[in-house]
Design a binder for this molecule. Structure first.
Ligand code: G3P
Length: 214
C-alpha cells in the first residue's frame, strides 16, 4: 500500500520524505488555508512536488465545469506530479472525463458511497478518495465502503486506485491494507502513531537500564 501524506505543511512533508516513507501527498483547501499566507497556492504545490517526487493532489475551488477545467489546466502545468482533485459532483465528473482523456490524472474527492466511486471510475479517474473517518463520524462504517470498492473495482478491472482518505487512526490503515486499498493518505499525526506501542518504549527502557547495570 502506498503512503501519501495528507498535508500542505512543508516541514511535515520533508520529515516523512526523509524517513523514506513518502509516496505522494494530498492537499485540500482546508489544509492549504492552515498554512502561512506568505506563499501562493501555486508556490506551495510547486514546493511539495519538489519534495514528494510522486503524485501530489491539488484541489480546484471552482464548482462549475468550465471553471474547473480552466483551473485544472493551470494547476497541471505546475509540475508533472500534479494530480487534479475534483469534487464528486456532475460538473466534477464531466471534468474528470475531459481531463482523463487528455491524460491529466484526476483524484475524485468527497466519495461517500460505492455508486459515487463507480461514476468516478467510469469517468476515468486515476484515484477515488473515500472519506472513511467522516463516515465513521456519522455512525456509518467507512471500512465497509473500502471493502465494497475493492470488490467492485476488481470485478470490472477498473484502473482507478482506491485512495483511503479522512483517516483517523492506525487501525484504519491496517483494515485498509487487509482490504487491498491501493493508497492511504495519512495526516501527519496518524503517520507518527503508526510507530508507537507502549511495550516498544518499555522494552527500550528496560534494555538500556539492564545494560547500564552491568
Ligand atoms: O484529504 C481529505 C481528508 O483530509 C479529509 O480528512 O479529517 O478532514 O475528514 P478529514
Amino acid at each position: 500500500m502506498k503512503f501519501f501524506l495528507d498535508s500542505a505543511n512543508i516541514d511535515e512533508i520533508e520529515e516523512i520524505a526523509s524517513l523514506g516513507l513518502l509516496d505522494g501527498v494530498t492537499t485540500n483547501p482546508s489544509l492549504v488555508a492552515k498554512e502561512d499566507g506568505q506563499s501562493s497556492f501555486k508556490e506551495i504545490i510547486k514546493k511539495i512536488c519538489k519534495i514528494a517526487k510522486g503524485p501530489v493532489s491539488a484541489e480546484v475551488i471552482s464548482t462549475t465545469y468550465n471553471e474547473m477545467i480552466e483551473e485544472a489546466m493551470v494547476l497541471s502545468k505546475i509540475d508533472k506530479h500534479v494530480v487534479i482533485k475534483l469534487p464528486m459532483t456532475k460538473d466534477g465528473i464531466k471534468a474528470t472525463n475531459f481531463l482523463s482523456k487528455k491524460k491529466i490524472p484526476v483524484n475524485v474527492t468527497l466519495i461517500f458511497t460505492a455508486s459515487q466511486a463507480i461514476l468516478a471510475a467510469k469517468a476515468g479517474a486515476a484515484y477515488v478518495s473515500p472519506f472513511v473517518g467522516r463516515l465513521d463520524d456519522i455512525s456509518a462504517d467507512g471500512m465497509n465502503l473500502i471493502s465494497d470498492l475493492s470488490q467492485i473495482f476488481g470485478n470490472y478491472g477498473f484502473h482507478t486506485e482506491i485512495l483511503v482518505a479522512s483517516i483517523r487512526s492506525p487501525e484504519h490503515i491496517v483494515q485498509s491494507s487487509l482490504l487491498g486499498a491501493d493508497v492511504a493518505t495519512l495526516p501527519y499525526s496518524v503517520m507518527l502513531q503508526l510507530f508507537k506501542h507502549p511495550l516498544t518504549d518499555i522494552g527500550i527502557e528496560k534494555f538500556l537500564s539492564d545494560w547500564n547495570k552491568k
